[in-house]
Design a protein around this ligand. Structure first.
Ligand code: HEM
Length: 210
């Protein structure tokens, strides 16, 4: 086994522990009765924030690979993306079950009337599609090119998550802007890297064309 694979194998359990740590933290906070005076709101917001954190972490893996030159980072992209979906499912469930008591009429009204909920649903649907197509079998079925194209939507989900957060907090607040700023930085980095690669490619092919 190569050294790279060994490091990946050793890191995998650690990444799992890190991904489950927010749940453990939540259990601790609940046990100590530190979920504020409004525990349902606290729970819902806590889960939503972690869904977004994992989504941005998944998006960070490719830039980390480029910067460090260690390809192992991309191996954790799928796991982080799936954990983002997992926390988004818990976030949605807490909204439907604890916040709205399964009152589908009110949930429907929220979906139509409160734009930030509509945006959240949009981001959630994208995450669900990406999670459902993240298996090796689906990559084979869709074909690498189509799969890659589909999975670019993760950026739209990230943007949706940030917008949902920004709109939910009334007025301009710093926290949602930090997340959005981080996403923009990641996007700029990927764009600059793409342009650099394009230039290198055309630079290489130009003499041959002459
Ligand atoms: C159908 C899907 C969704 C629904 C119904 C929904 C609903 C909500 C609700 C009701 C709140 C709290 C509002 C309040 O306390 O006043 C909230 C906050 C939030 N949601 Fe969602 N959400 C959805 C999807 C998502 C997704 C996909 C993400 C992330 C990828 C996300 C991230 C967040 C964040 C970051 C917050 C703010 C947390 C904070 O204030 O600290 N939500 N959402």
């Amino acid at each position: 086994m190569t050294q790279d694979k060994l490091i990946q194998r050793a890191l995998k359990p650690l990444v799992w522990v890190l991904c489950l740590a927010p749940l453990l933290g939540l259990t601790g906070l609940a046990y100590m009765g530190e979920m504020t005076a409004n525990p349902i709101e606290f729970l819902n917001r806590y889960l939503g924030e972690w869904a977004l954190k994992f989504l941005l972490s998944a998006l960070m893996m490719t830039p980390l690979k480029i910067v460090t030159g260690w390809a192992g980072f991309t191996r954790f992209r799928r796991l982080l993306g799936l954990f983002s979906f997992f926390y988004a499912v818990l976030h949605l469930s807490s909204y439907v079950g604890l916040d709205q008591f399964f009152n589908w009429k009110d949930i429907w009204t929220d979906l139509i009337k409160r734009t930030y909920i509509t945006v959240g649903l949009g981001a959630f649907i994208i995450l669900a599609v990406l999670a459902a197509t993240s298996t090796k079998n689906m990559i084979k079925k869709l074909g690498g090119k189509n799969w890659n194209r589909l999975h670019k939507w993760v950026y739209v989900a990230g943007f949706g998550g940030c917008l949902h957060f920004f709109m939910m907090r009334k007025g301009v607040q710093a926290e949602p802007l930090y997340y959005a700023g981080f996403l923009v930085l990641l996007l700029i980095y990927r764009w600059v890297y793409y342009l650099k690669k394009q230039r290198q490619r055309t630079g290489k092919t130009a003499p041959a064309a002459l």
